[in-house]
Design a protein around this ligand. Sequence first.
Ligand code: 3EB
Length: 358
Amino acid sequence: MNQQTAALQCAYLDFESFTENFGRSQRTMLGAVCFTPLVNQSTVTPSGAPLAHVAMPAFDIAGSGNSTCEVWGAAGVFTYGHRNALHYGHNGEILFGMIQLPEADFDTDAVRDAGKTPLQQAGESAYRALFELIDELNFPHILRVWNYIADINGSSHGKERYRQFNTGRQDGFLGNGRKVTGSVPAASAVGFRAGPLTIYFLAGRGAAPIAIENPRQVSAYKYPETYGPRSPTFSRASVARLGGSDVLFLSGTASIVGHETLHVGDVVAQTRETMANISAMVGEANRVAPQAGFTLADLCYKVYVRHEKDVAAIHGELRRTLGPAARLMFLQADICRTNLAMEIEATAGHPMDFSVRP
Ligand code: 3EB
């Protein structure tokens, strides 16, 4: 990431390379997220760039250790700051933001009296903060959001935690006068063991991204109520025009057809179905942005795997489909439905420095 010439770029680095490259005070990135079993509370780098630590270990396939840092960069001069807990970096064109909210901060009488749970309120507050920041700094278009939720499959206060999050997130959108169907941001929502609700995002100032749905799946914002009283607010993918290139952000994608989970208990079949979904969305992306010509081989894949024992089989299936040059990164995570063993998100259309190579 030495050459900051692209409108947006990403790198995956092991923890040591990250510290070596970014442990100094130069302003060389938009922001970063370290997936690591190491406990670390810092929210900025020495230069002031936003930095989130997520207690989600990487699977050590390449011998690169179990910490991986995702670094977002761009051309230009960076401005860093924070608005309460929301830390951001931007270059006037694109903004990276990150907020971490401990649920304990919302375990109050006021939250209880409002009939809300702490996680629900944390979600609502995080999205309100996000919208207030992008309104204030004038980055109106959310390109992509990542949501990391502790114990996502568990229940607290008598409610499934992913459902609590969905209610809070939707209220955050509605509270800012935003739509909760149609053109909503691409996103992922996955779980880790314990830690603050962690949300990071990219937002732009230029043209609005194009939201993409998957013809093989019911839109998540139209999921039937059996999946929860409030639908998840995300689109299946987005294509953003950034500095003359089309950038594709694929949301977390799993073995879901229609709205139902397929291949329960068969992780290789889940991987195949997930790739069929990704392939369909790449087709849709090329339909709305024909000049982009995205291919499965162009994508950089971030693979969330529930059980370590499944990593080799998933890796094998992806290598079989995508070839040995595939850019794959594996994280240990809980998927939002207990019957899903894996989920994949991906990006394309921007430079990617994949130092972590399985
Ligand atoms: C799914 O398709 C699987 O709640 O933001 C994928 C991507 C999933 C994003 C979210 C959830 C989310 O429903 C789960």
